[in-house]
Ligand binder design. Structure first.
Ligand code: PGA
Length: 253
């Protein structure tokens, strides 16, 4: 049995004060020590240290939305995996489609980022997903396979540390168009098969694969009940504690 993971990606939204207020509002909803799911939040870098204690008290793990591909040095404006770790954060999003699309992140850069994340004992949430055009021209599987093999292939045979994957079809992100349970399940099963090819049956069977793309309280339960969907990476709806709480409730059997 894989435990469910519910993760919130705040993107470039909220101020530090909003992050702290979110945590106190979420606490009011009675989320403390929720038994059914691991909770993860990805606020902006600026919030990580400030939110750490309050998040910890509620058993919520914090992660960064990105990290530098280099370890340290003259890279003005970059934030290293080691710096992220020093805030108390435990996870890092790697390869979100917005990073691929707007900042030209390629699989070779993402491979370096994964290396930095693992070197620092953090857990990467590696994101993959096809565009609408790629889906409509029948290339979705090829795109996903190359995103997986391109960034993870270096470690074929054995992963150097824990990994979480997120399948986020680009056409579903922030659009209100969610993949149906069947569409998502089909892709998650395919991803698990590719991971089996790379890392063997045992690793693939235990690997958490999250779905992301317009997850909302009213579609979460159906998505999360599919056999290969192990939770969600939630953007817009994670900004509201009540919506996030209701999505979390969708993990209950
Ligand atoms: P969304 O974003 O839930 O707002 O579609 C998901 C994501 O980009 O991680």
């Amino acid at each position: 049995m894989r435990n469910k993971i519910i993760a919130g990606n705040w993107k470039m939204n909220t101020l530090v004060q909003d992050g702290l207020a979110w945590l106190s509002d979420f606490k009011q909803l009675g989320a403390c020590g929720h038994p059914d799911a691991t909770l993860l939040l990805f606020p902006p870098f600026t919030h990580l240290h400030a939110m750490q204690d309050a998040a910890n008290q509620q058993g919520i793990f914090l992660g960064a939305q990105n990290c530098a591909s280099a370890s340290s040095g003259a890279y003005t404006g970059e934030v290293s995996a080691e710096m992220i770790k020093s805030t108390g954060a435990t996870h890092v999003l790697v390869g979100h489609s917005e990073r691929r699309q707007y900042y030209g992140e390629t699989e070779s850069t993402l491979q370096q980022k994964l290396q930095r994340v693992w070197e620092n004992g953090l857990v990467p949430v590696y994101c993959v997903g096809e565009t609408l055009e790629q889906r409509e021209t029948g290339r979705a599987r090829d795109v996903i396979a190359s995103q997986l093999h391109g960034a993870l292939g270096l470690w074929k045979g054995k992963l150097p540390g824990p990994l979480i994957l997120a399948y986020e079809p680009v056409w579903a992100i922030g659009t209100g168009k969610t993949a149906t349970q069947d569409q998502a399940q089909e892709m998650h099963a395919f991803i698990r098969m590719e991971m089996q090819e790379l890392f063997g049956k045992e690793t693939a069977a235990h690997l958490p694969i999250l779905y992301g793309g317009s997850v909302k309280p009213d579609n979460a339960k159906s998505l999360f009940s599919a056999p290969d969907i192990d939770g969600g990476l939630i953007g817009g709806a994670s900004l509201k504690p009540k919506d996030f709480w209701d999505i979390l409730a969708g993990t209950e059997a």
